[in-house]
Design a protein around this ligand. Structure first.
Ligand SMILES: [Zn+2]
Length: 457
């Protein structure tokens, strides 16, 4: 019997027992949020609820069911703040054209896509995103029960919007499109159908103010407020778009849609490259999130968004790839590095924007953009949305500063494991929830068919 006057001895690490529902990642360098680093640390989570229940020093050796992550880095999962995932079908299709000709070529291809093509494109995109450390994405394309079901099965998170041009047209055409008016009616039905799925958020999708008439934009704003749904839209991507809006409406695209009620909704804006005076105050509203898409903006020659001004004004910024047609990958690590460097070149100032600030956009800003109550940080009580990276390679050597590696040297291919809501979806660089080989072969065959149809014309 122990002496009640003596303090109980500390249990030896090997004596610590963990319940079966606890999964541990042991011995890693953990970056719970940009700017903080815990060496030789452990993170543990409940596999049922997906909630992190421990973060701190290693509590004992890894069990067989745990992940021994010595020599690896654990970071919050990345969120792609703006993409059109099914457009993996169009990767490398017309890389070097002026924007208007590029858009025309995109539409030539898209009108030949079938519902099955769109599904195949989404599957390939999810494989690419998961393999490169993306745990969720904000997406505008064609969305239905089948596609959302595929996201549920993949384990990923999505804030999805079916894009429309008008009551008669959808933004991303396919061989058998539904009318835009029908699509608008389907959004609340899909939201209700997936209301029990914490990883699915449904939005209305308006392509852009230069494609959507004002009455449609005002109608969607009313519908969104009435049904407590969000809206996604592309705004102020190019100087030409802004100039046209000033001519047509006497105000910027951002002020124009604000006047139609859109900034009173839970709004997610893509691009905002060219704000006019007054626009930044609208973008900084607490109900608004903005996706900065530096690689797409550079590839299409759209320009460079004023990110330091946005951050100073309190705009909630996420980071996105846009579609692979204007990128050509879904690797968020490319966005992080490019996003930091392009501001430094633009301002000729190495302090214009730090990589931790851009990493924060891809994690915390992305989490806010998903609209699923996530923080984008690794902390007790938060969802276990995390990625594990190999830090034994040349580009991580010497690897004393994990933040430096994540911001400037890491590639999506360094990601070895991905956990979303406590479920492991990538293990040792293998996606567990989507068949990668089948997804690649399927898209290759479908692209051969579409390009054959285009060549035959
Ligand atoms: Zn876009």
């Amino acid at each position: 019997m122990s002496d009640p006057m003596q303090p109980a001895p500390e249990p030896s690490p090997s004596a610590v027992r963990f319940p079966d529902h606890v999964r541990r990642i042991v011995g890693a360098t953990i970056v719970p949020e940009p700017g903080i680093q815990l060496d030789d640390a452990e993170i543990a989570f409940h596999t049922g609820t997906g909630v992190i229940d421990y973060l701190g020093p290693v509590r004992g050796p890894a069990r067989p069911e745990d992940l021994d992550a010595r020599g690896r880095i654990v970071a919050p999962g990345l969120v792609n703040g703006h993409t059109h995932s099914s457009m993996t079908m169009l990767r490398g299709w017309c890389d070097d054209l002026p924007l208007d000709l590029w858009l025309a070529q995109m539409r030539r291809f898209e009108v030949r896509m079938t519902a099955a093509d769109i599904r195949a494109g989404l599957r390939l995109a999810m494989v690419e995103m998961l393999r490169s450390g993306t745990i969720g994405f904000v997406d505008m394309f064609s969305w239905n029960t089948e596609l959302l079901g595929d996201v549920v099965d993949s384990g990923m998170r999505v804030r999805a919007s079916p894009g429309v041009f008008g009551y008669g047209a959808v933004a991303f055409p396919m061989a058998e499109p539904e009318a835009g008016g029908v699509v608008l009616d389907e959004v609340p039905a899909l939201a209700a159908e997936f209301a029990g799925e914490a990883r699915i958020t449904m939005d209305y999708g308006l392509h852009a103010p230069y494609t959507c008439p004002p009455d449609l934009i005002a109608d969607v704003a009313r519908r969104a407020i009435d049904r407590d749904l969000g809206v996604q839209i592309h705004l102020s991507e190019t100087r030409r778009e802004v100039a046209q809006s000033l001519t047509d409406h006497g105000m910027s695209p951002i002020a124009h849609v604000a006047g139609l009620g859109l900034f009173d909704t839970r709004l997610h804006v893509a691009h905002a490259v060219h704000p006019e005076p007054g626009d930044i105050d609208l973008l900084a509203r607490p109900n608004v999130t903005v996706s900065h898409n530096p690689v797409s903006n550079l590839k299409l020659g759209a320009g460079i968004a004023p990110v330091p001004e946005y951050l100073a004004a309190g705009v909630t910024l996420g980071l996105g790839t846009d579609s692979v047609a204007s990128n050509n990958t879904l690797d968020m690590f490319e966005e992080i590095k490019t996003g930091a460097l392009v501001q430094r070149g633009l301002h000729t100032d190495p302090l214009a924007l730090s990589a931790p600030a851009v990493l924060s956009m891809a994690t915390r800003g992305g989490a806010r953009s998903l609209s699923q109550g996530l923080s984008g940080r690794l902390a007790v009580g938060e969802q276990a949305d995390l990625i594990v990276l190999d830090a034994s390679g040349i580009t991580a050597s010497p690897n004393g500063d994990a933040g430096s590696f994540l911001g400037y040297a890491a590639r999506g291919t360094d990601v070895t494991d991905v956990v979303i809501a406590g479920r492991q979806v990538v293990a040792d660089r293998v996606v567990l929830t989507v068949d990668e080989e089948a997804a690649r072969l399927d898209v290759r065959e479908r692209v051969t068919r579409v390009r054959g149809e285009l060549d035959a014309r």
